[in-house]
Design a protein around this ligand. Sequence first.
Ligand SMILES: Cc1cc2nc3c(=O)[nH]c(=O)nc-3n(C[C@H](O)[C@H](O)[C@H](O)COP(=O)(O)OP(=O)(O)OC[C@H]3O[C@@H](n4cnc5c(N)ncnc54)[C@H](O)[C@@H]3O)c2cc1C
Length: 433
Amino acid sequence: MAHPQHRLYRHGGATAALGGPPLLLPTGRAVGGTTIVNSGTCYRTPTPVLRRWSSEFGWNTNGFDTLLDEVERTLQVATQPRDVLGNNGLLALDGAKHLGWRAAPLRRNAPGCKGSCQCVVGCPTGAKQSVQLSVLPDACAAGARIVTGARVLRILSDPDRPGGPAAVGVHVRRADGSELEILSPLIVVAAGALQSPPLLRRSGLGSHPRLGQDLSVHPATSVAGRFPHKVTAWEGVLQSVGIEELHAEGVLLEATATPPGMSSFILPGLGRELRAGMDGAGHLATLGAMIADHPSGRVLGRDRTLIRYDLHPHDATRLVTAVRAMTRVLFAAGAQEVLTGIARAPRLQSPQQLDSMLDHVTARDLHLSAFHPTGTVAAGRDPQRFPADERGQLQGVHGVHIADGSVLPSCPEVNPQLTIMAAALAVSRAIVQ
Ligand SMILES: Cc1cc2nc3c(=O)[nH]c(=O)nc-3n(C[C@H](O)[C@H](O)[C@H](O)COP(=O)(O)OP(=O)(O)OC[C@H]3O[C@@H](n4cnc5c(N)ncnc54)[C@H](O)[C@@H]3O)c2cc1C
C-alpha cells in the first residue's frame, strides 16, 4: 500500500511554488481535504484582520464571531492540556518564559489527543476532528452523498439562460476512468485556493482578471535547538505551543515537532555528518514561524495548477526576524546550539553569534515552506477587484459559489482553518437565505 504521504497529499506533498525563493506548498487530497493532514491548531480570526476585511474589502463581519463560535463547537476546540504537550512544547514555553514573552498551549480540535505526533500523516487515534469526522457525518445524515476518488473536470453551465449564464452541474471523472455528470443548478466550489482557479478556468468561468491572483501563503520556516538532555520531540503534540510576542508585527511562532525524516533538511552536512545528525535527532527541539504575507503569488493553469510566488521584500526581512526570534527562544530554553537550516550559517553556538552570523542572511538563504494558501478567488464588494461577491457568488454566472480558502481577501495572519470554515458557513447561510 502507498505511503500515507502519497495517498493523503497532492503530489505526495511535493507541490512547489516557482519564484524567489521557491517554496514547498503541500496540500491534502482526501475526503476531508487538507484537514486530514493538518496539525489541528485552531486560531480564531484576529479582530484587526476582520476590521480590515470589513473596511477595505466590504465584508460583512458583524456575525463572524458567532460563526467562529459555531465552528469551534462543531470541531470541539479546546486549549491543549499540558500533560500531552511533550518536551518540544514544554521547552518552547520555558524559553518564552525566560524571555518574558507571551506564550501558551495552542487551542486545537483534538479532544483526547494522545500526543502521537502524527497529525500530518493522519491522526492515528481519530482524536483530531478533521472534517470527515466532525462535519461530513451530519451532512450524510441530512442526505448528502459523497463521490470519492473522483475529479471534477469542469462545471457545466448554460450560457443562454434568460437572465445570464447559469450553472447546471458538474462533469466528473472517477479513478477507474469512467465519467459522469451530476446535475444541479447550485454548485459550491471548495477545491482549495490552489485548485479552484484552474477548475473555474477549464469550466469557461475564469474570465475575471483577478481570478488566480492575490495568493497569500503565510510562508514558514523553522529552526532546531540541540539540548544536552533527550527531548524526543516526536512524543507529544505535533504543534503544541504558540508564542505571540511578535504577532503584532505579523510573525507567529509555534512549537512544531515534525516526525524525524520530514525535517532532516535542517541538519547540516551530508553522508556521515548527516547520519550523525539524524542519530542525535532525539536531542532536538524544533520551532516554526509563519509570517503574515503580502498577496505576492498567483495560481496559473487550466488542466494543471502552476504556482508563482515571489516573496515581498518586507516579508523577507520579517522571515529573518522570525529566525532570530526562534533562535532566542531555544537558547533561552537551554539549547547548546541552534541549527538554522541556512547553508551559510548552519550552526549557532550562542545567542551572541546571532547578529554576526545572521547579518548577511536573506530570505533566499532560508528553506521556506507554506501550508496556508488563500485568496485566489477573493470575495469582496467591488466587482472589478474581486472575482466573487461578498456572499461568495462567482461574478458573471448564476449558481456558482466559492466556499474554501480562495475567498479570503488577505492572509488571515493565523492558521486559517477556523477562518475558512466560518467563511464557508457564511457562504452556505447566504445560499440558504
Ligand atoms: C501539513 C499541514 C498542516 C496544517 N496545519 C494547520 C493547522 O494546524 N491549523 C490550521 O488552521 N490550518 C492548518 N493547515 C491548513 C488548513 O488545513 C487548510 O488551510 C484548509 O484545510 C484549507 O481548506 P480548503 O477548503 O481551502 O481546501 P482543502 O482543505 O485543501 O480541500 C480541498 C479539497 O478539494 C479537493 N479537490 C481539489 N480539486 C478537485 C477536483 N477537481 N475535483 C474533486 N476534488 C478536488 C482536494 O483534493 C481537497 O480534498 C495545514 C495544512 C497543511 C498542509
